[in-house]
Structures are given as C-alpha cells and as structure tokens.
Write a protein that binds this ligand. Structure first.
Ligand code: ADP
Ligand code: MG
Length: 261
C-alpha cells in the first residue's frame, strides 16, 4: 500500500519544500520506501537535494507529464534520481510553468500526474508531492493524485483567508475529482519559541480550524539551521542532527507513521 501526500499552501515561504524533504527523509530513516515529487517550477526541492542548476536538467517532471499527455510510455525509473539519504525524487524546473499553461487544452488535464503516479506507486510506501505556491492546474493535479494533504502554516500572522481558500479548494477537489482526498493536518512551521506570538497564532488556528481539521501536535521551530540546509543539499538530520528542527521533523515523522491505518 502506498500513501500519497501533497504538501500544499498557496502562500510561498511557509516551509513546504523543507517539510517535503525532511518528512520524506524522516520516513526513509524509519525504513520506508519514499518518492518525493517536485510540483513547483522554482526547482527549490531539487536544489535542497543537491542539484545546483535545476534549469539545466534534461529530464524532469515536465518530460514525464508530457509523455503521459501524448500517450507515450514512461520508461521504468525514467526521471527518478536516487539521493544518498535513501529517498528517490523527481525534480522540476522552470519548464513546469510552461506546461501548466499548455495543460488548458489537454484532455483529462487534472489527472495527468495521477496517471503517472499510478504506474510507480507499487514501488513505494510514501509518495510526497511538494506543491507550488498557487492553486493552479499543477496543484490541482497534485491534489487529484493524493490521498491526503499536509498544510504547513507559518506561525507569523493569522493566515485565515488564505487557509480558507485552500481548504475550500481541497473540498472541491474532494467532491468533484478525488473522493479519497482528506486533510492530514495543519503543521505550524517556523515557530519562534522565544515569543508568545507563535503560541497565540497556534491557539487561534486551533480555535478557527481545530474542529474540522487536525492540527499536528508537534510544530517546527524557527532556526537558521533549517535555512542553511537548502544550500547544503542534505537533510536537517545530517546538517544539525541534535538541533530543534531535526527533532521537530523527527516527531512529525512519528505522527505521520502513527496515523497509518
Ligand atoms: P516554501 O516551499 O513553502 O516556499 P521553504 O521550505 O522553501 O518554503 O522555506 C522558505 C524559506 O524558509 C527557505 O529559505 C527555508 O530555508 C526557510 N525555512 C524553512 N523552514 C524553516 C525553519 N523551521 N526555520 C527557519 N527557516 C526555515
Ligand atoms: Mg517550495
């Protein structure tokens, strides 16, 4: 059985990519077979995993999705890169923005990514999709391909409006395109433990959403160590193993594993 998780929030800079990489590698460290898929034209997941120039890659998610659109076969393992920390990943780059525009005229345009993932899911226990900061057609593809959505929220201001829109979009995808989709939970990120502000935000989020949406008990603290990993091409577990962010992602991984049915 494979579980597909989309990491989504249409706001940028909230920790989607950082969460995708460190949850994915956390699950791999717990012995799970994991594939990370970058559904973001920025290529920042590729960079975080050690690819210096994603825009120079020959094969990315774009080529794979184009093959699905054109009914061409995707070779086994095509476009999949093995990372030394025990995960596989499919990078993306700027070309994904062009693909998003051209999807408008494609038949079954919402299901292209799902069609591809259905063919590789058998080899993994978790597929985690790093979404772009928008609710456009590529993000819809990610939601249609997923079993659940993890929503990172930066504990910096009360993001009620954006969150409402995201939850509404997830609800629409659930009703119209993917009845199996649920919200795994809201994850508070970049929590500054030195202030009460983050605690206020998390209390408010619990108040507004807590009845409908699970809020992860464990949050990810703010630390410059997390920001440094992007340039290092490795996870927080190697960069700062004893730090608070490694601990945060370790406990998040445990929560995700505990949620398995
Ligand atoms: P998104 O994918 O939502 O745009 P990122 O994961 O790329 O967000 O994070 C945005 C920026 O914040 C990056 O520079 C990243 O290194 C940094 N960052 C992520 N998590 C933390 C954290 N816990 N503490 C400090 N900086 C963080
Ligand atoms: Mg990102």
């Amino acid at each position: 059985m494979c579980r597909v998780i989309a990491i989504a929030n249409q706001k940028g800079g909230v920790g989607k990519t950082t969460t995708c990489v460190n949850l994915g590698i956390g699950l791999a460290r717990a012995g799970k077979k994991v594939l990370l898929v970058e559904a973001d034209a920025q290529g920042s997941m590729a960079v975080s995993l050690g690819i210096e120039e994603p825009d120079e890659l020959d094969v990315t998610l774009v080529n794979i999705m184009e093959k699905v659109i054109n009914d061409e076969d995707v070779e086994p393992g095509e476009g999949i890169i093995h990372h030394e920390e025990g995960i596989d990943f499919i990078p993306a780059n700027i070309e994904l923005a062009g693909l998003e525009t051209s999807l408008v005229n494609v038949m079954s345009r919402e299901t292209i990514l799902r069609q591809y993932l259905d063919s590789v899911k058998g080899q993994y226990e978790y597929v985690i999709i790093d979404c772009m900061p928008s609710l456009g057609m590529i993000t819809i593809n990610a939601l249609v391909a997923s079993d659940s959505v993890l929503i990172p929220v930066e504990a910096a201001y009360l993001p009620v409006k954006g969150l409402q829109q995201l939850i509404k979009t997830i609800g629409r995808v659930h009703r119209k395109l993917n009845p199996g989709l649920d919200i795994m939970g809201i994850l508070l990120t970049k929590v500054d433990r030195r202030t009460n502000f983050a605690r206020d935000i998390s209390a408010q989020i619990c108040e507004v959403y807590g009845e409908k949406v699970h809020i992860f008990g464990n949050c990810i603290p703010l630390s410059v160590k997390a920001a440094e990993t992007t340039a290092e091409g490795k996870s927080i577990y190697l960069h700062d193993p004893r730090g608070i962010v490694a601990e945060g992602y370790f406990f998040l991984t445990q929560e995700v594993l505990a949620g398995e049915k």
